[in-house]
Ligand binder design. Structure first.
Ligand code: AHR
Length: 514
């Protein structure tokens, strides 16, 4: 599929060395496959980590903001606007030390625990199963629960599913009712362990795939609630892990296999600042972000070998940029600012996922509020939308739209003797026949003039929005929340049957062709 739909060519860059613009060509093809871009590619992830759940979604009763119970409603409204399709919870590494029965029943009686992964803080379990599912209902999104394999038992997982999904008379359904919830929630997305190769138990792929089959056998489908079971997949380029899982686990036992990959600007030891970086660091970050293309292609190729009909989804259920924490904040809380660079990482990654929508059918950016590449930052009653939020706002048009394959010939963005494609893109057509094209120009200095051919798809006019700012280091702050924002785009024109687009440096542009 990659060859057919997504060809990126690097043109001779010396031609552009002195100029401030370069040319790209784009062909948008018809969809002959019937493929759609699953809305679940646009999912998010919220762990009991730092200020994501506590102080992000779930706040102090006395905080002067609108709330339902203790759920912050301004955050809910903002996420509804970008049509959040699913939310993964409770972890992350936290999932494999979480015991769900500690998070149900009267809150004052819930046992406390130590969050050993994230700052060693005391977790009071006030946000548990009922609170999470209430949050999902307010967000109008699907829950995606990651269950404990590392320190839990098959029985514990199996009973959680009965508690959540069984609509009859049973021990767990009885307790659920006693806790105030009559109807089952019918949760579908079900993760069987998290990073079982690391914080989830340091397992080998052979050991994990055996464990997966055992846990999955007792993860029952109750009437009206068939589970979409997601096996723990590889860390980054661990192709052996993918191979083992695909070989050992029967296809009908898993809906998806996960993949985790983070874009780390420098090294895991010293990740690099979120707000202060050179153009060289920016370039390296984008190069690392583009590595997602290779990861998805190579893991998909292994999956194709065992699953040529592409029944099993590749679920990239943790991705995003991971930088140093903001100075003066708890290193275990992973609180980082969010710049225009992060928005370019998000848009580029989402373009990659869209173009691989035959296999990538779920993804979760880490982590929604106040942790890693957040959409939202909060400070007491204040809330701000990050540059990354605006990307999800722009790209929501692709959710469940028909995928349109593209052929893209991009000039190079050159730094020293390294090159990356300056432009990336993806396209879809929605149920009203509106064509949506998302384009990213990674070049920090050059305008890229894109000449596009839209094959056999009728359209008469073009409109667009652009997300950019003066510098790639620009951020939104509580004092200046609109430095990086969406504005109307006037750089696209119809030329006969062709489309010409003038992409400003370091920008994200989304066009609608009607
Ligand atoms: O998202 C932060 C952490 O990164 C998650 O808890 C873990 O799964 C991953 O290593």
């Amino acid at each position: 599929m990659k060859k057919l739909i997504y060809a990126i060519g690097l043109l001779c860059t010396t031609l552009y060395a002195t100029g401030q613009s370069a040319d790209a060509t784009l062909t948008i093809q018809q969809n002959n496959s019937g493929l759609t871009i699953s809305r679940h590619i646009y999912g998010h992830f919220s762990e009991h980590l730092g200020r994501c759940i506590y102080d992000g979604f779930w706040v102090d009763e006395k905080l002067p903001v609108q709330k339902k119970d203790r759920i912050r409603l301004d955050v809910v409204e903002a996420l509804k606007k970008v049509k959040i399709p699913n939310l993964r919870w409770p972890g992350g590494c936290f999932a494999d030390e979480y015991h769900w029965r500690d998070g149900i029943g009267p809150r004052e009686q819930r046992p406390k625990m130590v969050n050993t992964n994230w700052g060693g803080v005391t977790e009071d379990n006030s946000f548990g199963t009922h609170e999470f599912l209430e949050l999902c209902s307010l967000l109008n999104c699907e829950p995606y629960i990651s269950a404990n394999v590392g320190s839990g038992t098959v029985e514990e997982m199996s009973k959680w599913i009965e508690y959540l999904n069984f609509n009859g008379e049973s021990p767990m359904a009885k307790i659920r009712k006693e806790n105030g919830r009559t109807e089952p929630w019918n949760v579908h997305f079900w993760g069987v362990g998290n990073e079982s190769w690391g914080c989830g138990g340091n397992m080998t792929s052979d050991y994990y795939s055996d464990q997966y089959k055992r846990y999955a056998a007792f993860a029952k489908n109750y009437p009206g609630a068939p589970l979409k079971k997601i096996a723990c997949g590889p860390n980054t380029a661990d192709y052996k892990w993918t191979e083992t899982c695909m070989k050992n686990i029967p296809l009908n036992m898993m809906w998806g296999l996960s993949l985790h990959y983070y874009t780390v600007p420098k090294t895991w030891r010293e990740k690099g600042s979120a707000t202060s970086f050179t153009e060289q660091e920016y370039f390296t970050t984008m190069k690392k972000c583009l590595y997602m293309e290779e990861l998805v292609s190579r893991h998909s190729a292994i999956m194709d070998h065992y699953d040529p009909e592409k029944k099993v989804a590749l679920a990239v259920d943790e991705w995003g940029i991971w930088t140093d924490v903001e100075p003066g904040t708890n290193p275990g809380f992973l609180y980082q600012q969010n710049s225009l660079r992060d928005a370019l990482v998000a848009a580029t990654t989402l373009n990659i996922f869209n173009n691989h929508c035959d296999r990538v059918r779920l993804a979760n950016l880490a982590q929604t509020v106040n942790v890693l590449q957040s959409l939202i930052l909060t400070q007491k009653e204040k809330m701000l939308l990050t540059p990354t939020y605006h990307v999800f706002d722009l790209f929501k048009v692709h959710q469940d739209a028909k995928f349109l394959p593209i052929l893209l010939n991009s000039p190079a963005y050159t730094m020293g003797n390294e090159q990356i494609p300056a432009v990336n893109a993806s396209a879809s057509v929605d149920s009203n026949n509106v064509i949506h094209v998302s384009l990213v120009n990674l070049d920090a200095a050059k305008t890229i003039n894109v000449s596009a051919v839209i094959s056999n798809l009728p359209w008469n006019n073009v409109e667009g929005q652009v997300l950019s700012s003066a510098k790639v280091t620009d951020i939104n702050t509580f004092e200046a929340p609109n430095t990086v924002k969406i504005t109307k785009f006037n750089g696209a024109k119809k030329n006969g049957n062709n489309l010409s687009v003038s992409l400003p440096p370091h920008s994200v542009v989304v066009l609608q062709l009607r």
